[in-house]
Design a binder for this molecule. Structure first.
Ligand code: OGA
Ligand code: NI
Length: 352
């Protein structure tokens, strides 16, 4: 049943807990060609047992080979046995969920359309624009170095800083380890760029997708790739879809309790000279539950330029991408309406 409501003041952010919508307002309805399937195929995603990276040399070499294949073939993998305790994962998801349940007055303190703000709350990418809106509310904040930014985070709910801070530290350690493994799989050695990543950016995108009465009409997040080297996503239920490069179809990532999702981002595509392409993904909706996801986005420093590794460039494999920094991405985002910078990578491609 497709009822329309053209009220331009409608915003899901004010009514996150309100489950009584009977229709999807016009501004959220996406063109029919881009609508999600209500019964998507489940992705056959590579699952990496991360404990093998910390075992003997043979186990580690095999796990690194699997990671390399996953990056090359899919641009995405799940990790299990990553060593972050379930209580830390649950603690982060629970304060994230509690934040979105706060009264509007608490949340609007953080509202901003300025993508350069270190903490901001929003109900769509560029609220108020005439374009489509997405069925998501989010809180984004920087997370490294933690002592420089934690005091800017929400004070409410009361355990937000403590629980989210613990998770941020753990997931960052893991991200550096994953990055080392990926670099090793490229033949670059585990400490390649490790100093730059150590001093790099960590941005948390804490997402809330309220139940949607007609989940086939709207999207939580449009198709995009992340600008990062890599992103690690924690979710409380399924809803993340990726394009399977092997057949070009959208596939739903199965929700595996305790698993974390690793996305290859644009800056790793640049680093690897296109050997590992960033994965295009989106968030779909459901009519029953609030879905929470926490994406930890890892890149080098704000002004550090990511370039293609020289070791991967030769006469047969000329350099395919221009160098760029996180700041270049933010500049791109300010000048372009493209939701979440899905085409940032295209601006970096060197035309043959
Ligand atoms: C993101 C993202 C996916 C999700 O925040 O960049 O892709 O499942 N999130 O919420
Ligand atoms: Ni993303």
């Amino acid at each position: 049943m497709e009822k329309k409501d053209s009220s331009s003041s409608f915003t899901i952010g004010n009514r996150t807990q309100d489950r009584s919508w009977s229709c999807v307002p016009d501004c959220y309805v996406i063109p029919s060609s881009n609508r999600p399937s209500l019964a998507p195929e489940t992705a056959n995603v590579p699952v990496i047992d991360f404990s093998r990276l910390r075992q003997d040399a043979t186990q580690r070499a095999n796990a690194i080979k699997e990671i390399g294949n996953a990056c090359h073939q899919v641009g995405f993998f799940q990790i299990v046995n990553h060593g972050i305790c379930q209580s830390i994962l649950d603690g982060a998801l629970s304060v994230a969920s509690d934040f979105f349940k706060l009264p509007t007055e608490e949340k609007v303190k953080f509202v901003s359309n300025d993508v350069r703000k270190p903490v901001r709350y929003g109900t769509s990418l560029k609220d108020g624009d005439d374009k489509f809106q997405f069925w998501r509310v989010f809180l984004k904040h920087y997370a490294h170095p933690l002592s420089d930014c934690i005091h800017l985070w929400p004070k409410n709910p009361p355990h937000y800083r403590e629980n989210m801070g613990k998770y941020c530290k753990e997931v960052r350690k893991l991200a550096l380890e994953v990055m080392g493994a990926i670099n090793e799989s490229l033949g670059l050695g585990p400490s390649y760029l490790s100093n730059q990543m150590e001093d790099g950016m960590q941005v948390m995108a804490v997402n809330c997708y309220p139940p949607c009465p007609n989940p086939e009409l709207a999207l939580g997040l449009p198709p995009h790739s992340d600008y990062t080297c890599l992103s690690i996503v924690l979710q409380n239920s399924a809803g993340l879809e990726v394009i399977d490069k092997r057949d070009g179809k959208w596939k739903l990532i199965p929700d595996v309790h305790g698993a974390l999702q690793v996305h290859i981002g644009d800056h790793l595509e640049v680093l690897s000279n296109g050997l590992y392409e960033s994965v295009v993904h989106r968030a779909i909706l459901n009519s029953e539950r609030i879905r929470i996801s926490i994406a930890s986005l890892h890149s080098m420093g704000m002004d550090e330029k990511m370039g293609t590794a020289e070791e991967l460039v030769d006469d047969q494999h000329p350099k395919k991408y221009k160098d760029s920094s996180f700041r270049d991405f933010l500049d791109f985002l300010c000048k372009n309406d493209i939701a979440e910078g899905k085409n940032f990578i295209d601006t970096l491609k060197i035309k043959a």
